[in-house]
Design a protein around this ligand. Structure first.
Ligand SMILES: Cc1cc2nc3c(=O)[nH]c(=O)nc-3n(C[C@H](O)[C@H](O)[C@H](O)COP(=O)(O)OP(=O)(O)OC[C@H]3O[C@@H](n4cnc5c(N)ncnc54)[C@H](O)[C@@H]3O)c2cc1C
Length: 601
């Protein structure tokens, strides 16, 4: 009898795990037309539960992929946060009601909440439209990375060999397949199989707090049920998170002795059911009344840990919970996972296209490991405060409402504060030419008027996640003859053969999108006077002026700290500022791109 031979296949990127990290990466790579496959051991997609908070920065990045509109339609928006503390008469009382998002530059100054299944559906539907589906009931059984240095250094090689096993054998289909991949991403969650295959350790410790989580439609007289709320009572803490439609999520602080199995030391869900969690919540929220049917519940206890490595030889990567776990109290898990993949996907796309050197991929670990370490540090501080006894007459060293508020109101949780340090893709020179466009931070929102038709445009919408570097050319006042001469000289420099625009020109496939922003007023500006390099299309030229009704705009140069002498700003494909240069120093950008870009073969 002949033994059927195992099927072999090749793919640019294989993703293991279809949670937020894997789905985000698959979607971004499919958008970039990279050949990608994604597998998940689950037979079907999740239906409820898990994460639900999407931060302002994550909304911005979903917008850059055209995915925010649906999220904003389906989600609950949280604008206010309320803090409750023990009252002198027993029970709790309101101590503060404040902004939920305080980052002044947030384009979406609120948190969006929606169940994780619905958020994953947004990615799944987008991927389907791009021709990529999750291959379900499929898991890897082995993974090998070539040790051949030449093969590892060659971006066109397939050095990762993954054996896949189909768990639901359908007739005529071989249950096993060997996939040869250029790159593999393990987005396979907190117990990551991928991470374990390469003995990547998780550094940190188990958090000492355990939370009961439940989704319900409440019937209550609690006045802040539709605001985010932290109630610190003498019976423990409760977080109230309003959700889509009439739903509300409760995070309820539990006592270790009630849920931990003393023999295994692990959470035992049989020791405490939803009724007990609900009763604890009711007690903590007294004197307010709370009833309702719960739709989903779990008990949640996680480590506060970061993986020691996020990549093996820049060929196998891990993202999301596979490389960092923390408590759910800061609502960051799903956000961090989506942002990891957003950071990685454009780098892989550039390398697969042959546009960038493999070394670009090292910045994934350096940038996201730093972020993950900061996240764990924040989570520890925040968890300690949230789980601590509240300040009362009997408990003078308890946590005060002011302490809570001070820690809560940072722009870390909004995601806006993410700041990547200098590297091959983040220069550290000429920051003074554009103080509001911080090197290593995302480009903040601002509305400019399109020169041709005075239509207002949001700058962030001119920076889609389409794998291209954007060159923002702040020309200054082009109608001033002196400034015009400077701009023309800059254009002459950019047209020289060794300038980055020519060095990396790929026939029929531009790597750059040039966006011109003039300081001129719309009634003075003549678009056709601009050198053609600065107006590849009429829609690429903007003026810093008010909208036609005079309601907004016109202060962009001062908002971004750009002077009348103008500036050149290179924005990475993920929307982060990469380099800044004066108009008469185009060679600064030549050197920036030369540090990681490859000349077309
Ligand atoms: C109760 C609860 C509440 C939470 N609340 C929040 C919140 O409010 N805000 C927030 O941002 N985050 C929250 N989180 C965290 C959030 O759910 C996770 O951080 C997020 O899902 C991580 O995404 P991920 O893609 O890294 O991993 P996961 O979502 O865990 O996805 C991993 C995927 O990989 C698959 N997989 C695993 N192993 C294999 C394998 N060997 N082969 C094939 N497939 C595999 C799994 O089936 C799964 O689909 C919460 C989590 C829980 C449990």
């Amino acid at each position: 009898m002949s033994v059927p031979s195992v099927r072999h296949s090749e793919v640019d990127v294989l993703i293991i795990g279809a949670g937020p990290a894997g789905l985000m990466c698959a979607n971004a790579l499919a958008n970039a037309k990279v050949n990608v496959r994604i597998v998940d051991q689950r037979a079907s997609k999740i239906a409820a539960g898990n994460g639900d908070g999407i931060s302002p920065r994550t909304i911005e990045l979903l917008q850059s992929y055209g995915l925010a509109e649906r999220l904003l339609k389906e989600c609950c928006q949280i604008h206010l946060a309320a803090f409750y503390n023990p009252s002198s008469t027993g029970g709790i009382e309101l101590t503060n009601r404040t902004l939920n998002v305080t980052a002044p530059s947030a384009r979406y100054p609120f948190e969006a909440t929606l169940n994780q299944a619905a958020i994953q559906d947004i990615f799944l539907d987008s991927m389907t439209s791009l021709g990529v589906e999750v291959e379900r009931s499929t898991m890897p059984t082995s993974i090998e990375l070539s040790k051949d240095e030449d093969e590892l250094a060659d971006p066109t090689s397939y050095p990762v060999r993954v054996a896949l096993q189909r768990l639901d054998e359908s007739e005529g289909e071989q249950p096993e397949e060997i996939v040869h991949a250029k790159f593999v991403l393990g987005g396979d969650g907190a117990h990551s199989w991928t991470r374990k295959q390469f003995d990547i350790t998780m550094d940190g410790e188990q958090s000492d707090s355990i939370w009961g989580v439940m989704d319900l439609v409440p019937d209550t007289d609690f006045p802040d049920i539709r605001n985010k709320c932290l109630a610190q009572s003498n019976h423990g803490s409760v977080f109230v998170i309003p959700r889509e439609k009439d739903l509300v999520r409760l995070y309820v602080q539990l006592e270790e002795k009630d849920v931990i199995d003393p023999v295994t030391g692990r959470v035992d869900k049989d020791r405490m059911g939803p009724d007990h969690i609900f009763k604890t919540a009711q007690k903590s929220l007294e004197p307010y009344k709370l009833t309702g049917e719960f739709l989903w519940w779990t008990i949640y206890s996680v480590g506060q840990r970061v993986a020691s490595k996020f990549s093996i030889n820049n060929r196998v990567f891990i993202a999301g919970d596979a490389c960092h776990t923390h408590t759910p109290k800061a609502g960051q898990g799903m956000n961090a996972s989506i942002n990891d993949s957003h950071n990685l996907a454009w780098k892989i796309a550039q390398v697969v296209r042959g546009w960038a050197d493999m070394s670009l991929l090292s910045t994934y670990e350096s940038e996201r490991h730093k972020f993950a370490s900061e996240l764990i540090a924040f989570d520890k501080t925040w968890s300690t405060l949230v789980c601590g006894k509240p300040l009362t007459g009997q408990n003078s060293d308890g946590v005060s409402p002011e302490q809570l508020l001070k820690t809560f109101q940072t722009d870390f949780t909004s995601g806006i504060g993410v700041h990547y340090h200098p590297s091959v893709v983040v220069n550290d020179a000429y920051q003074e030419l554009a103080g509001g466009l911080v090197l290593g931070k995302r480009v903040p929102p601002y509305k400019f008027m399109r020169a041709a038709d005075a239509r207002p445009f949001e700058l962030q919408d001119l920076l889609p996640s389409d794998s291209l570097f954007k060159l923002l050319v702040f020309t200054g006042e082009f109608s001033d003859p002196l400034q015009q001469a400077r701009v023309e000289s800059m254009v002459a420099d950019m047209q020289k053969p060794h300038s980055f625009l020519n060095r990396y020109a790929t026939p029929g496939d531009s790597r750059f999108d040039v966006i011109t922003i003039s300081k001129d007023r719309k009634d003075k500006f003549d678009l056709l006077q601009l050198p053609t390099l600065l107006r590849s299309h009429w829609s690429k030229v903007f003026v810093d002026d008010t909208d036609p009704t005079g309601s907004f705009g016109g202060e962009g140069y001062s908002y971004f700290g750009v002077g009348s002498e103008g500036a050149l700003v290179a924005v990475r494909p993920d929307g982060y500022v990469g380099a800044i240069a004066p108009l008469d120093r185009v060679e600064v950008l030549d050197a920036y791109f030369a540090s990681f870009m490859k000349i077309p073969a």
